[in-house]
Design a protein around this ligand. Sequence first.
Ligand code: SAH
Length: 207
Amino acid sequence: MFDPGLMDMIMRLRGRGVSDNAVLRAFELIPRKYFVADKHYEHAYDEQRLPIDCGQTLSEPLTIARMTQALGLTPEHKLLEIGTGSGYHAALLARICKRVYSVERYKKLIVQSDDVFRKLDIHNIVVRHGDGRYGWPGQAPFDRIIMTAGVRAVPDKLLDQLAPGGRLVAVVDEELIAYDKARTKITETVFFPMSIPMMEAGKSKAL
Ligand code: SAH
């Protein structure tokens, strides 16, 4: 169904430098409104963070788009996402690449996002309750890794889980950075100051 808010969002992303057609197409095919509570529906396509359960937030569309574009993702890629949250970013990534493995520290968010994936008929995402700072060693290596919570430094354990020629995208000290396995910055990443929630230690036992 035609959704004017969604179309506005796509035009806005294009205007702000998101040029990768695979990324824009994914945004078009995965309606953001399904990943937020009903009361936030009317703001689902605005350029703002939206609250989700467990005191977490879904990042702004432009932040998600720029991080995704920096991955240089192709349909053959196997990807690891740290921070499932609402599941929105994972769903976008799963439209572009082959399979998404996603780690989240809140069990409740995993159950909810799994539910939305099922409703939207998305079957190439696997989620796991754990501390994302340790990655997912049993499924490594990954062609791409994305950290959707900010860090002061990328953990070595994550870089170790990259395949040769792989790429990791993270927001380090509020700067969007892409690294190769040897922690060398990939120069094609354009500098963007970016604010996203910071990563927390350990997995949540309560929620
Ligand atoms: N990608 C998400 C939003 C990211 S917000 C979406 O599309 O909605 C950052 C997420 O990272 C939050 O859900 C938070 O709970 C999670 N997170 C923070 N620290 C973590 C850790 N150590 N391990 C796993 N997940 C973590």
